[in-house]
Write a protein that binds this ligand. Structure first.
Ligand code: F6P
Length: 493
């Protein structure tokens, strides 16, 4: 890369994409013009445009589950399905009443705390967005309980007042062990000081499984339906995002959706060469399949985005961690990359040593906002300087300079993308999330795998049932594995 830059003064200007408030600089990658055109040709060859049309027009592209993939419909204000518009109105009314205090708890007090009970896509998306939009939040304390770890539940409940707390159970299936266990524990905790008839003022739910929600005792006005054409990890745009609407208000939630929709339009209507998600996906494929890199790092230079990586891990790894192609045959090439990372500048003082001088090649996305929210110019200048300097250091290394010993040599030539966004707003955040959604979609098309199912999570869930019986009922008949039996034997009681 050092030579590519030295020999081509136009490179930095050419390998960029400006779209709305987004500026992508991908010049610090191990590619030249020919590489890029071959990668774009690859996208043509796998009929990416047709695949995009199939997704956006509702074909059942999630074939192993016989479903269409419609999360982009949830934010398509140009041609919104009536059932989606209806739920948005319901979310607006609900969140407004909770925020303005007209929603009263069972003793007549307004709500102060909202607790989202869910896991995976029913937690990571809303949780990440609520953190990312903290600057815009109102007085409500919005919390998340996800882990089946009872300590997580009890820590969350510890200082809560039943009279002023609203619980939202979010589970697409309403069968998820963690969520139902947590919901039942919280329900019992609530009923220690309240009556069954008070539940309707303190519990709401989001699910496709309306019967199970009603059986739980939640009144129909407090139920937000969702649809099987929305995958869990793509569901924050649906009523799963109700905690976001409560935290920042419905209007800002809608801005988030509109931002995502603008990225959808960019993705659908822009030639591949100027298309941000397509370009990012192809670069990622370039390293994954031609350099055999195993992982990709994502470093947002914004503390507000401290949950982005965990969110992307589900999005990208649950979608593309597959080894069977669309013909049902084992793939003969690598698919889903491992996603990891943390916020800058913290990450610089933790794992950046390995990025700079380790033996592994780790392509990294740097994400940074040109403007800060609190207007601390000195801090913002330092944040930006660190972000840009790191990408330069990773690319240049100590190339061309005298270094006193090998310990101080930086090889450079380490690839990065820099995404400079004007400002962190609900709109730009929506676009950023949608950008990664489309990136993973493109990768799934090129790798010829089905990105929208997640069979890989089922086996562990099944085994956990037998293991739970072994632990709670001391019945080990279903347990065959000696190691597991050994572990069970070590439990007291
Ligand atoms: O663990 C797999 C998974 O099905 C995710 O895809 C999903 O987001 C999560 O569990 C939670 O599922 P649910 O919303 O049905 O409780």
């Amino acid at each position: 890369m050092q030579d590519l830059f030295a020999n081509d003064s136009e490179r930095a200007g050419r390998m960029t994409i400006q779209w709305a408030d987004f500026f992508l600089d991908y010049s610090k990658n191990r590619v030249n013009t020919e590489t890029m055109s071959l990668l774009y040709e690859l996208a043509e060859e796998v009929k990416l445009q047709e695949a995009m049309t199939a997704q956006f027009t509702g074909e059942p592209i999630n074939q192993t589950e016989g479903r269409s993939v419609g999360h982009t419909n949830l934010r398509d204000f140009d041609s919104m399905k009536p059932e989606v518009a209806e739920i948005l109105q319901k979310m607006k009314a609900f969140s407004t009443a909770v925020i303005d205090g007209s929603w009263k708890g069972f003793t007549g007090k307004s709500i102060k705390t909202v607790v989202n009970i869910g896991i995976g896509g029913s937690d990571l998306g809303p949780n990440m967005v609520c953190e990312a939009l903290r600057y815009y939040k109102n007085h409500l304390d919005v919390r998340f309980v996800s882990n089946v770890d009872g300590d997580h539940v009890m820590e969350t409940l510890k200082d809560l007042d039943r009279e002023t707390t609203l619980f939202i159970i979010v589970s697409k299936s309403f069968t998820t062990q963690e969520t139902l266990s947590n919901a039942n524990t919280i329900r019992s905790w609530f009923l220690e000081r309240a009556e069954e008839e008070n539940i309707e003022k303190h519990f709401a739910a989001v699910s496709t499984n309306l019967e199970a929600v009603e059986a739980f005792g939640i009144s129909s006005e407090n139920i937000f339906p969702m649809w099987d054409w929305v995958g869990g990890r793509f569901s924050l745009w649906s009523a799963v995002g109700i905690s976001i609407a409560c935290s920042v208000g419905y209007d800002k939630f809608e801005e988030l959706l509109r931002g995502a929709h603008s990225m959808d339009q960019h993705f659908r209507n822009t030639p591949f060469e100027q298309n941000i998600p397509v370009t990012l996906a192809l670069l990622s494929i370039w390293y994954n399949n031609f350099f055999k890199t195993e992982s990709e790092c994502v470093v947002p230079y914004s503390q507000y985005l401290h949950k982005l990586v965990a969110y992307l891990q589900q999005g990208l790894m649950e979608s593309n961690g597959k080894r069977t192609d669309r013909n049902g045959e084992p793939v003969t090439y690598d698919t889903g990359t491992i996603i990891w990372g943390s916020t800058g500048t913290n990450a610089q003082h933790a794992f950046f040593q390995l990025l700079h001088q380790g033996t592994k090649l780790i392509p990294t996305d740097f994400i940074v906002f040109a403007e800060s929210l609190h207007g601390k110019t000195d801090h913002q200048n330092k944040l930006l300087a660190n972000c840009f300097a790191q990408t330069e250091a990773l690319m240049m290394g100590t190339y061309g300079s005298e270094v006193e010993n090998n310990f101080k040599v930086f090889g450079g030539n380490r690839p990065t993308n820099t995404l400079l966004i004007k400002k962190l707003t609900p709109h730009s955040l929506g676009a950023l999330i949608a950008m990664y959604e489309h990136k993973l979609f493109v990768q799934g098309v090129v790798w010829n795998i089905y990105s929208f199912d997640q069979w890989g999570v089922e086996l562990g869930k099944k085994l956990a049932k037998d293991t739970l019986r072994a632990i709670s009922e001391k019945d080990v008949t279903g347990i065959k594995n000696k190691s597991t039996l050994g572990l069970l034997g070590k439990l007291k009681g």
